[in-house]
Ligand binder design. Structure first.
Ligand SMILES: [Zn+2]
Length: 376
């Protein structure tokens, strides 16, 4: 039996978040270690996946996409918090440089804005929202997630894999060039896509199927014609990230037409979603390039606590099948998904669909033993 490679690292466990804030009040966190561990366990139980550890790709691929200041912030924020004797179990900002603060000011004046020194100010400077807790191990986990994404790229570019899966945590698609947000610190999918275009010289497509719009990915490639971004997500008028994700955002300059948003209403189910998938795949099929980076979220699931769609597990199998049927190689990277009990089944369903395996587990005795995982 074929065995899709899945890249995993225990480095994500360092990003051990227990609480986030929602409208100013601490609540139990959604983006927790258990998410990735549930998916890892399901991949092992399935028997059809080979878990591999990532290799260290250094900082350069991160700096190819992100502002050096953001990278420095994620690396040093916890130490700053400690040095400034702010007693918190996690760091989020409460003051942000929102656009109305600068209304009427010239580009010249805006160009003189500077990063504050106090860690609270720095967190707002580099942050979109207060539901993005940073803890002591966030830097190591975020670096690990990037290495997972880039190792997944290696498997497809150098390893001859038609498709490979990277179990990235924390997720990435809300992180913009100089901004963290929405449980994301570095944009794993954008870093992967940038790496692919640099290494192959070819255009690349990103298909984002998380329930939230990937505002960070859109921002990073807004003026780029060589990275096509297609996203299917909940209408931003009603769901985070609220301020981007509308259908009339189509890119600018060389990137005009290379940004394709499909906002859908709350309650969207399998049938309507599959129509949108077909539209996105038709658009990708019209672009050049041989690789699709998939930003794979399962917060489209009907029981997801923060999503508003109503997808079922069989739909994920069908989506994976249709995406693979386009014939391009797939770099599949994990984004969101917060209904923990279903994450493993939904991930294996999607990936089995992409591999051309049936949804239901194959009979016992016809699978690779589960002990094929790496040492990590
Ligand atoms: Zn999401």
């Amino acid at each position: 039996m074929r065995s899709m490679k899945a890249v995993y690292t225990s480095a994500h466990l360092g990003h051990d978040v227990t609480h986030e804030t929602y409208l100013g009040i601490p609540v139990p966190a959604c983006e927790v270690t258990e998410r990735a561990e549930n998916i890892r366990a399901a991949l092992e139980t399935d028997g059809g996946f080979t878990l591999v550890a990532p290799t260290d790709h250094g900082r350069d691929p991160i700096l190819a996409v992100h502002d050096p200041g953001l990278v420095r912030f994620v690396e040093t924020a916890w130490a700053d918090l400690t040095a400034q004797e702010v007693d918190r179990s996690f760091l989020v900002a409460d003051t942000y440089p929102v656009r109305a603060m600068f209304e009427g000011m010239s580009d010249d004046a805006l160009g003189r804005l500077r990063e504050p020194v106090a860690v609270g100010g720095r967190t707002g400077w580099y942050g979109l929202d207060s539901s993005n807790p940073l803890v002591e191990g966030t830097w190591g986990a975020a670096r690990g997630a990037v290495d997972v994404a880039l190792t997944t790229v290696d498997l497809v570019l150098d390893g001859g894999e038609q498709a490979a899966y990277g179990l990235c945590r924390p997720p990435g698609h809300h992180a913009a060039r100089a901004m963290a947000g929405g449980y994301c610190f570095f944009n794993n999918a954008a870093i992967a896509a940038e790496s692919i275009t640099r290494r192959t010289g070819e255009p690349v497509a990103i298909l984002d199927v998380d329930v939230h719009h990937g505002n960070g990915t859109q921002q990073i490639f807004w003026r780029r014609g060589d990275v096509f971004y297609a996203s299917i997500h909940a209408d931003p008028a009603h769901l985070y990230p609220f301020f981007l994700g509308y259908a009339d955002e189509t890119g600018e300059g060389p990137g005009l037409g290379a940004n394709f948003n499909q906002p859908l209403p709350a309650g969207t189910g399998d049938e309507a979603y599959l129509v949108a998938i077909d539209r996105a795949l038709e658009a990708i099929d019209r672009t050049r390039g041989g690789i699709i980076v998939v930003s794979l979220g399962f917060d489209t699931y009907r029981e997801d606590p923060i999503g508003t769609f109503a997808l079922t597990t069989p739909a994920y199998h069908e989506i994976g099948r249709r995406v693979a049927a386009l014939g391009r190689r797939l770099v599949i990277l994990q984004e969101g998904g917060y209904h923990r009990p279903s994450l493993g089944a939904n991930a294996t369903a999607w990936l089995r669909g992409a591999e051309g395996r049936p949804l239901d587990p194959e009979p016992a005795g016809d699978s690779t033993p589960a002990g094929t995982r790496s040492a990590s």
